[in-house]
Design a protein around this ligand. Sequence first.
Ligand SMILES: [Zn+2]
Length: 53
Amino acid sequence: MVKFPEAEARLFHNMFVCRRCKTKVRAPNMKVIAKKISCRKCKSKVLRPVRRK
Ligand SMILES: [Zn+2]
């Protein structure tokens, strides 16, 4: 499958996943690192990037 940069950006750019409830959250990288972002479902601040590997 061909990778589209636009699709990549849309799907992964600034996207994070809540570790507790797996909800996707779009947020600026720096804010996530600074823990200013919380999951909108469970209010958890434990987020990881979308890509695991
Ligand atoms: Zn959550």
